[in-house]
Design a protein around this ligand. Structure first.
Ligand SMILES: CC(C)(COP(=O)(O)OP(=O)(O)OC[C@H]1O[C@@H](n2cnc3c(N)ncnc32)[C@H](O)[C@@H]1OP(=O)(O)O)[C@@H](O)C(=O)NCCC(=O)NCCS
Length: 145
């Protein structure tokens, strides 16, 4: 059983950032702190915990004008391909819809393109790397389709 929630306490938010760092930065040798940007305070954060209360997935959304950007989506290796990434992205899109956002975009790493495609995102173009030398692709989804 998995529960999706907003990490609100200091302890929960710390664990959320540690998992983000461990899955999206540490494998590339990036230091702790590299997983944080200047939009954290205006972003909406979601995490998933397993039945033992262990954090297994993280993701974030923030709004830019009338659009929204999803960032830092990651599911712990042993919990992948069980629908958790989809659960998370649907929750973030629900938040966008509640805020009357019609278009969500993200910069996907090559390995995640198929996951986002299966969740209704179209590849637009190659985009600037938001981290290291990893190639990213801008992907978009219109929520009113
Ligand atoms: C990308 C990621 C978030 C997907 O999470 P997940 O929980 O495994 O995804 P889901 O189980 O919801 O998968 C939904 C569908 O996408 C497919 N899928 C998921 N990851 C995939 C991948 N890497 N390559 C191809 N297909 C993938 C699943 O097989 C499933 O297909 P189905 O509906 O036909 O069964 C996860 O693999 C991850 O954390 N990757 C490493 C970090 C990362 O690259 N994050 C994205 C940064 S842009």
């Amino acid at each position: 059983m998995y529960t999706i929630f907003e990490p609100t306490s200091k302890d929960e938010f710390n664990k959320y950032l540690i998992l983000r760092w461990r899955l999206l930065r540490f494998p590339w040798g990036a230091k702790k702190g590299s997983e944080i940007d200047d939009m954290e305070g205006v972003s909406i954060h979601r995490a998933i915990k397993d039945r033992k209360g262990q954090l297994v997935a993280v993701g974030r959304i923030h709004f830019i004008n009338q659009n929204a950007q999803i960032r830092y989506m990651a599911v712990q290796n042993s919990h992948r391909k069980k629908g958790l990434g989809t659960k998370l992205i649907l929750e973030l899109e629900k938040i966008a819809l509640i805020n009357k956002i019609k278009m969500v975009f993200l910069n996907s790493r090559e390995n995640a393109i198929e996951f986002y495609r299966k969740n209704g995102y179209s590849t637009i173009c190659e985009t600037d790397s938001s981290f290291g030398n990893i190639i990213h692709y801008r992907m978009e989804k219109n929520l009113d389709n």
